[in-house]
Design a protein around this ligand. Structure first.
Ligand SMILES: [Zn+2]
Length: 208
């Protein structure tokens, strides 16, 4: 019957289009491009790390510090040390000694999320976050005025800051690195919240 034919035809077209759209949607959902776009920050990590892996830290750096050397190890026990976790007298970080003013280079891609001045403690410090591995790093005892500002992004080998003066009662200038999982925001990582900085170093693809 001619009168009913067009409506049936339109319904049929609509059903066909709906089926096609659903199929297209499924195909899009399954395609690598869409999957990548929908992935979480953690899912994108390999791409970000791959970009950073192309950059190297400058020669002559140690933990990214020009002319640096380790002066205190992670979890090292110092009788009387007052900055440990719950009085355990353990050094919760890695100290890298170097002459005042030497450059401290970024370990990988990220941004500065905190900055402050703690007289008698860290003195000048910054807090940085690495989205690709979801880890944070506090840098303490920096040369005041040399540090990057909050919100600044960096890539590997960008200069974060310069080594400060003698601090912590030690007779040498050094940087204190303290690492942790997650984004610790504006506040420095606490002595009971940290992890071995080498875990971060390694996660960023730096050589051991
Ligand atoms: Zn230290």
């Amino acid at each position: 019957m001619p009168a009913s034919a067009p409506p049936r035809s339109r319904r049929s077209v609509k059903r066909t289009m709906a089926a096609a759209l659903t199929a297209a949607g499924l195909l899009l959902a399954l395609s690598p491009t869409t999957a990548a776009a929908d992935s979480t920050a953690a899912g994108r990590a390999p791409v970000s790390q791959a970009v950073d892996a192309a950059a190297a830290l400058p020669a002559g750096t140690w933990w990214g510090v020009a002319g640096g050397r380790t002066t205190s190890n992670y979890n090292e026990y110092f009788p009387g040390y007052q900055f440990g976790c719950n009085g355990d007298q353990r050094h919760k970080g890695v100290d890298v000694g170097a002459p005042t003013g030497n450059r401290i280079h970024a370990w990988g891609r990220g941004r500065v999320v905190g900055r402050g001045y703690d007289p008698g403690g860290y003195n000048r410090w910054i807090q940085v976050y690495f989205p690709s591995v979801d880890m944070s790093l506090t840098l303490g005892h920096l040369l005041d005025g040399s540090e990057m500002r909050v919100g600044t992004t960096f890539t590997r080998s960008t200069v974060w800051a310069k080594v400060g003066t003698k601090s912590d009662g030690l007779n040498h200038a050094h940087v204190h690195f303290r690492a942790a999982r997650g984004n610790h925001g504006a506040a420095p990582i606490g002595p009971c919240e940290d992890m071995n900085p080498f875990i971060l170093w390694n996660a960023l693809g730096l050589p051991s």
